[in-house]
Design a binder for this molecule. Structure first.
Ligand code: MLT
Length: 402
C-alpha cells in the first residue's frame, strides 16, 4: 500500500497533544504536584442554563414518534441558520443569505477541511505564529514542500511580533490563500477594520482567498473592532469565515460551528459555495438535532445574557494574567478582546525551555510560542479558561519563579 508520505513528513506530535504528553509524564513522576492548566484553550465553565434546557427538550422530543429526527439537513436546520444570521450578522449591517451558512461540528474541522477547495499546488500564506491546523492540514495535502529547520519550504510566513504591532505584512510573492484569525490565536491581538481592509483589498486585487477564522469573536468588547470580515466591503468576494460555538458558548465538548461561504465567491468561474456544499454533502452527515437546538438557544434572550456572563468571567481572568505579568515587568500582549495572553519569555529563553521551567518549578502549564510557528519562539501563551482562583494562583507562581 502506498501511504500518504505528506503525513509522514509532519514534525513531532500535534502541538496540544505534545503539551498534554509532557504534562502527563511529569504528573506520573510527581503525583503530588498541583498542576494549574493554562495551556490548551479549552473552556471550563458550565453550559448556559438556557442551552441545557433546550438540549433536554430536544432529547425528550427525540424520544417521541412526532418529535423524532433522523439525519439533519446537509447544511443545518433553517431555524439555526436564521438565528445565526439574525444574531451575528444583521446587527452589524452584514447581509448573509441562509444558503451561504453551513453548520458543522467545529471550526477546527472546517478550517482543516476547507483546504480541499484549493488546487494541489495552491500557494498558502499564514500569519506567524499561527493556529497549527491551517499549516498541518495543508502539509497533509502536500502543498507545503519540505519541513526543514522549523519551517515549511513552500509556505509563506507573515511574521507578527511586538516590533510590527502584530499586524501581518502582505505577502511579497504570489499567494492564493491567506489564513487570518482574529481575535488572534495565539497572540490574542485584534485588527481594526482599516487593517483588515488592507488584506481584503489585496485579496480582491490578486484574486486570492482569505480564510477568516473568527472563533474568538465573542471576546471582542470594543464595538469598533470588526467581529466579521464581512464588515469590510468586498470581503464577500474574497473571504470564507469560520465561526464556532466552542469559545462563544462553551461548546468545546458539545460540538457545533458554522462556516459562511458567500455565493459571490467564485474563482475561475467556479462557485466556492457550490463546491463546498458538494464536499460537505458527500463527507459530512450533519450535527445532531439536539446540538443544533442547543446552539439555537444561545441566541435566545436568556442564552445571550448567560453566555455573556461566562465570557465576562473569562475576560476577568485574562485581565488578571495581563495586569499581573505587566506589573511584574513582563512584556505581555492580547488578553483584552481575547482569552489568550501572549507573553515574552524572560531573557528570550527558548519557549519549550520556559514551558519546562514553569511546569517543573511553578506547576503551571502554558503553550510554548514555538509550537505556533518560528516567529512564536521567545513567546509563551497563557489562557484565561480556568477558574479565577487558579488563574490568580498561576500568575503568582509564574511571577515568583521569574
Ligand atoms: C487552542 O488552544 O489553541 C485551541 O483550544 C485549539 C482549538 O480550538 O482547537
Amino acid at each position: 500500500m502506498k501511504i500518504n508520505t505528506n503525513l509522514a513528513k509532519l514534525p513531532a506530535g500535534y502541538l496540544f497533544a505534545e503539551v498534554a504528553k509532557r504534562v502527563k509524564a511529569y504528573s506520573a513522576r510527581h503525583p503530588e504536584a498541583d498542576i494549574l492548566r493554562l495551556g490548551i484553550g479549552d473552556v471550563t465553565r458550565p453550559l448556559a442554563p438556557a442551552v441545557v434546557e433546550a438540549m433536554k427538550r430536544a432529547a425528550d422530543e427525540m424520544g417521541t414518534p412526532q418529535g423524532f429526527h433522523g439525519y439533519s439537513p446537509d447544511f443545518g436546520y433553517d431555524w439555526l441558520i436564521n438565528a445565526i444570521i439574525a444574531g451575528d450578522y444583521a446587527p452589524r449591517g452584514v447581509q448573509i443569505a441562509p444558503d451561504e451558512v453551513f453548520i458543522s461540528d467545529g471550526a477546527k474541522s472546517d478550517v482543516g477541511n476547507l483546504q480541499e477547495l484549493f488546487g494541489p499546488d495552491a500557494k498558502i500564506a499564514v500569519t506567524d505564529p499561527v493556529y497549527p491546523v491551517y499549516v498541518d492540514s495543508n502539509a497533509m495535502a502536500g502543498r507545503l514542500g519540505e519541513y526543514a529547520e522549523g519551517k515549511w519550504t513552500g509556505l509563506t510566513y507573515l511574521p507578527c511580533n511586538a516590533e510590527n504591532g502584530f499586524m501581518p505584512p502582505l505577502p511579497e510573492t504570489r499567494v492564493d490563500v491567506v489564513y487570518l484569525c482574529y481575535p488572534n490565536n495565539p497572540t490574542g491581538t485584534v485588527l481594526t477594520k482599516e487593517q483588515l481592509r488592507v488584506f481584503v483589498d489585496w485579496a480582491l486585487e490578486n484574486e486570492a482567498l482569505i480564510v477568516y477564522d473568527a472563533a474568538y469573536k465573542a471576546f471582542i468588547s470594543d464595538p469598533a473592532v470588526p467581529r466579521s470580515i464581512y464588515e469590510v466591503p468586498g470581503a464577500d468576494k474574497c473571504a470564507i469565515e469560520c465561526c464556532s460555538f466552542s469559545k462563544t458558548a462553551g461548546f468545546t465538548g458539545t460540538r457545533c460551528a458554522y462556516t459562511v461561504v458567500p455565493k459571490a465567491l467564485t474563482y475561475g468561474g467556479v462557485s466556492l459555495n457550490r463546491i463546498w456544499g458538494r464536499r460537505q454533502a458527500t463527507k459530512f452527515n450533519g450535527v445532531s438535532y439536539i446540538t443544533q437546538r442547543a446552539a439555537q438557544a444561545v441566541y435566545s434572550e436568556a442564552g445571550q445574557r448567560q453566555i455573556m456572563e461566562t465570557i465576562e468571567y473569562y475576560r476577568g481572568n485574562a485581565r488578571v494574567i495581563l495586569d499581573g505579568l505587566r506589573q511584574a515587568g513582563i512584556l505581555a500582549f492580547g488578553g483584552v478582546h481575547s482569552p489568550y495572553v501572549w507573553m515574552k519569555t524572560p531573557g528570550d529563553m527558548p519557549s519549550w525551555d520556559f514551558f519546562d521551567l514553569l511546569l517543573t518549578r511553578a506547576h503551571v502549564v502554558g503553550t510554548p510560542g514555538e509550537g505556533f510557528g518560528p516567529a512564536g519562539e521567545g513567546y509563551f501563551r497563557l489562557t484565561a479558561f480556568n477558574t479565577l482562583e487558579n488563574t490568580e494562583a498561576a500568575v503568582e507562581r509564574i511571577i515568583s519563579v521569574l
